[in-house]
Write a protein that binds this ligand. Structure first.
Ligand code: NDP
Ligand code: GDR
Length: 351
């Protein structure tokens, strides 16, 4: 049996780490593109990495950046992957208002660089684009594959560009290129400046007496939050179909940020209103008010269904933070919490 080879951009991110675990479990050889940094940025995949001299090694990392098309093309030519999962992006919506130009370069044009490299090298590989519910923006819920896009941030605008670039390469060149339109998905490995992880960390730390309050922005926004470990399965399924197509991946239920906060604090026996303060710097110039994904097509065609809903997700994320910050507070005999990211130095550089 031939061993399949995957290339993952954004392998050091939340989704990259879960997808790598999944593909290694399925017997793939996995190559990942990593940005050079002055500190190590591979914490989420360190547990999967083996010395590349080890004959059993199946995970290999390569330096590269989405803003460097020559390097991307060179890697594709050399590695000859069967499947490319394009997950890398400047993925923070609030930051995209501060860095709209970089966000466009990385998140929008970066996708074209990759698609063009596949086209020019003539590789018959399959391509997955990490599209986002942020593309729907102001379009009222529920949102499905046919819902018009109305992005509300430079990030959303960049993702719409990348979505259409992916479709255009499929239609123009017959490439097997798909868009997974994923709604918010979270986990203990979520970046600490996204609201769910920020709140889960705060609840655990406040309970442990390590901090008193947490500053947040808009509590009224509603999101369809699922569990990242389940969502990467949908990515893989999309590349195993006979024909390339685009799919919404979501739970079908929405909760406000306030609901999520309440679930996290209630799980550690605290009243959130005693500990949450407002800071306007977490507001966005334009907000996405309400997202509810209709994933009927993914269920029908891919056979994919989520099992973890927002309340359970909140508990699971808080438990992981307790295990990391205050193991003495963990409930005896509770199942082991999934490992979170290694903890950061304080204070958190939030945006
Ligand atoms: P993360 O922010 O956790 O990870 C982003 C990844 O992209 C990191 O590996 C990061 O590297 C890498 N990256 C950023 N800029 C560059 C660059 N210029 N060159 C190379 N690599 C770069 O995102 P998630 O894992 O949460 O999301 C994965 C993808 O899915 C993203 O494209 C995101 O926009 C999209 N998405 C996410 C959703 C979610 O709810 N999580 C929902 C819908 C779409 P480094 O570690 O060095 O920063
Ligand atoms: P989002 O996620 O913008 O949906 O993008 P985020 O967790 O950043 O915000 C969700 C909602 O919470 C509100 N909010 C705050 N957000 C942050 N980050 N920090 C705060 O203090 C805070 N207070 C309130 C926000 O205004 C927003 O309404 C994520 C990213 O992963 C994208 O890459 C992905 O495409 C989409 O999800 C789907």
């Amino acid at each position: 049996m031939t061993v399949k080879k995957a290339l993952i951009t954004g392998i050091t991110g939340q989704d990259g780490s879960y997808l790598t675990e999944l593909l290694l479990r399925k017997g793939y050889v996995v190559h990942g593109i990593v940005r050079r940094a002055s500190t190590f940025n591979t914490q989420r995949i360190d547990h999967l990495y083996r010395d590349p001299h080890d004959p059993e090694a199946r995970l290999f990392l390569h330096y590269g950046d989405l803003t460097d098309g020559t390097r991307i093309a060179g890697l594709l030519e050399r590695l000859q992957p069967d499947e490319v999962y394009h997950l890398a992006a400047q993925s923070h919506v609030r930051v995209s208002f501060d860095e709209p130009e970089f966000t466009g370069d990385c998140t929008a044009l970066g996708t074209t660089r990759l698609l063009e490299a596949i086209r020019t090298t003539g590789l018959p590989c399959r391509f997955y684009q990490a599209s986002s519910s942020e593309m729907f923006g102001a379009s009222p819920p529920p949102q499905h594959e046919g819902t018009p896009f109305h992005p509300r941030s430079p990030y959303g605008v960049a993702k719409v560009y990348a979505y259409w670039a992916t479709r255009n390469y499929r239609e123009a060149y017959g490439m097997y290129a798909v868009n997974g339109i994923l709604f918010n998905h979270e986990s203990p490995r979520r970046g600490p400046t996204f609201v769910t992880r920020k709140v889960a960390m705060a609840a655990a730390r406040i309970k442990a007496g390590l901090q008193d309050v947490v500053y947040l922005g808009n509590l009224d926004a509603r999101r369809d939050w699922g569990y990242a470990a389940e969502y990467v399965e949908a990515m893989w399924l999309m590349l195993q179909q006979e024909e390339p197509d685009d799919y919404v991946v979501a739970t079908g239920a929405s909760h406000s940020v306030r609901d999520f906060v309440e679930h996290c604090f209630a799980h550690v026996g605290l009243d959130w209103q005693d500990h949450v303060r407002f800071d306007e710097r977490y507001l966005r110039p334009t907000e996405v008010d309400d997202l509810i994904g209709d994933a009927t097509k993914a269920e029908r065609v891919l056979g994919w269904r989520p099992t973890v809903r927002a309340p359970e997700l909140a508990r699971l994320m808080v438990d992981a933070e307790i295990a990391a910050h205050a193991p003495a507070l963990a409930v005896p005999d509770s199942p082991p919490a999934p490992a979170s990211m290694p903890q950061m130095a304080r204070p958190l550089h939030d945006v």
